[in-house]
Design a protein around this ligand. Structure first.
Ligand SMILES: Nc1ncnc2c1ncn2[C@@H]1O[C@H](COP(=O)(O)OP(=O)(O)OP(=O)(O)O)[C@@H](O)[C@H]1O
Ligand SMILES: [Zn+2]
Length: 472
């Protein structure tokens, strides 16, 4: 196995060798739960879901941590505007993010820590940085504590910037900063702020800065050194630069690899709440099946820009349908009893594409070539060829989390054992009907169709076989 990933810190594709053999530790930045999710957020989580699944498919045991930033200036502002407690607003939107992730089959992380549950860990990190001479409490007794960027020679190395050319930190009032680029580790409480967003600390009451939250949570769950830190490209600076500086200044090795997903844009502009050009995943799910939305958001290379265009789901829907139609037809042909003794297999070309910095467009090309070869084999009644293609398609769609025969995708995303069981039963009926038709036993084939119709099941016949759906 030669897994290779693009590491943003070194700006190169490098061989990926986990710190601990057979195990991978992955942290990626989750949402600041200040509003509804948009498809940019979901694409980010999906990119790291695809990575997780590929690491697992490669036989590695993956620990995934995705945080929830549930305290932040933006949350406090929105809650005040809404006249709602900040924690109620944060929880409401945390649930909206979870619903979106679940609907698109994004695997639950191993741990999903909330920032507010880790204040003691954050204090410990601040104390360590002060002790090592890399942080200082503001001299004006505001309660702010800043990271001293000039004390850390490597500051700027993640984003390859020279400190003198860097922007000032816009994260707190510059109350007593030594350098305008110094960023807030701890933000002193200010008059008028909610008492519930006020935590005591050795430097005065206040709340944590965003960068500090992630560093403290990474270390708690993955240790001081771990394999991969991820997030969107927009977080590279200042967020990730600051995370890396403060953790390394505290003596931690921190991440071996930095992986960043490209942005979802709308008419060329970053999709963002502040710009107001957002598409909620729910809007997409009203017009397309969850599997189609997952396919659409996950088909580009994770580092490339995905520019959303109205109507762009149509192509994804057609691609999913091609895969699905072949799988149903091949399963009905080869396993008419529904007893799938099928061993999934991954074509070498697919493995090579995925190993090469998750080249999903190339991997999808292998998948569609295999579907095409499978359809040719089906038409030629070549069962061996059909089986080979089916095994490949099953393996590849499993690896990508888009196997249409999975229970998750059967109906509106609510995965249940019942829908999976129903799929097996209906497909067995369809296979019996296909057999009856082959034998020109029209009475039997009509009987099966009528039985299915009476049960509320629609059948669509095509040259490649039949697929079913529940009547709307
Ligand atoms: N348009 C986008 N395309 C891809 N990823 C995005 C996009 N916007 C945000 N992300 C990623 O989603 C994750 C959660 O983002 P976060 O809650 O910090 O968003 P945000 O930057 O506050 O969103 P917004 O820019 O809409 O205000 C981060 O990894 C972030 O990089
Ligand atoms: Zn973060």
């Amino acid at each position: 196995m030669t897994l290779r990933f693009y590491d943003s810190a070194t700006a190169a594709v490098r061989d990926f060798v986990p710190l601990k053999e057979g195990r991978v530790s992955l942290y990626y930045c989750g949402a600041t739960v200040q509003g509804e999710p948009h498809i940019g957020h979901v694409r980010s989580a999906l990119a790291f879901d695809q990575l997780t699944r590929w690491l697992q498919t490669s036989g590695l045991d993956v620990t995934v941590v995705r945080n929830v930033t549930d305290i932040d200036d933006k949350i406090l502002v929105k809650a005040a505007e809404n006249n709602e407690p900040w924690w109620a607003l944060a929880y409401r939107f945390e649930q909206a993010f979870e619903d979106a992730y679940d609907a698109l089959g994004i695997l639950k992380p191993t741990y999903e820590p909330r920032a507010t549950g880790h204040i003691p860990e954050m204090h410990a990190l601040v104390a360590q940085l002060i002790e090592r001479g890399h942080a200082y409490p503001a001299p004006d007794n505001s309660g702010d504590v800043y990271f001293d960027v000039r004390s850390w020679a490597k500051y700027g190395s993640l984003t390859h910037q020279n400190i003198d050319d860097m922007q000032a930190a816009a994260d707190a009032d510059p109350r007593g900063k030594r350098d305008p680029r110094d960023f807030a580790l701890w933000k002193g409480f200010k008059e008028g702020e909610p008492e519930t967003a006020r935590w005591e600390s050795p430097w005065g009451a206040g709340r944590p800065g965003w960068h500090l939250e992630c560093s403290a949570m990474v270390t708690k769950y993955l240790g001081t050194e771990f394999d991969i830190h991820g997030g969107g490209l927009d977080l590279r600076f200042p967020h990730h630069e600051n995370e890396m500086a403060q953790s390394q200044a505290a003596g931690h090795g921190f991440a071996s690899f930095w992986m960043h997903n490209g942005m979802v844009t709308y008419l060329g502009e970053k999709m963002s709440k502040s710009i107001g050009n957002t598409i909620n995943p729910r809007e997409m799910l009203e017009i397309a099946r969850p599997l189609v939305v997952r396919y659409y958001l996950g088909q580009a290379h994770y580092r490339s820009v995905l520019d959303y265009r109205p109507g762009s789901l149509t192509e994804a829907a057609a691609a999913v349908e091609r895969i699905e139609t072949f799988m149903h037809a091949a399963l009905a042909k080869l396993f008419p009893g529904g007893d799938f003794g099928l061993v999934a297999k991954l074509p070498d070309a697919f493995r090579a594409a995925m190993d090469d910095d998750l080249n999903i467009p190339a991997a999808l090309a292998v998948l569609h070539d295999t579907v095409r070869a499978g359809n040719t084999a089906l038409a030629a009644r070549d069962d061996a060829g059909t089986l080979l293609a089916l095994q490949g398609v099953m393996g590849m769609t499993d690896a990508l989390g888009i196997n249409p025969t999975e229970a998750q995708w059967q109906r509106g995303g609510d995965a249940t054992a019942e829908t999976a069981a129903l799929d097996v039963l209906v497909n067995a009926q369809l296979a019996a009907r296909a057999q009856a038709r082959k034998e020109k036993n029209w009475a039997e084939s009509d009987r099966i169709r009528d039985t299915l119709a009476a049960a509320g099941i629609d059948i669509a016949d095509s040259a490649d076989g039949s697929i079913w759906s529940l009547k709307k």
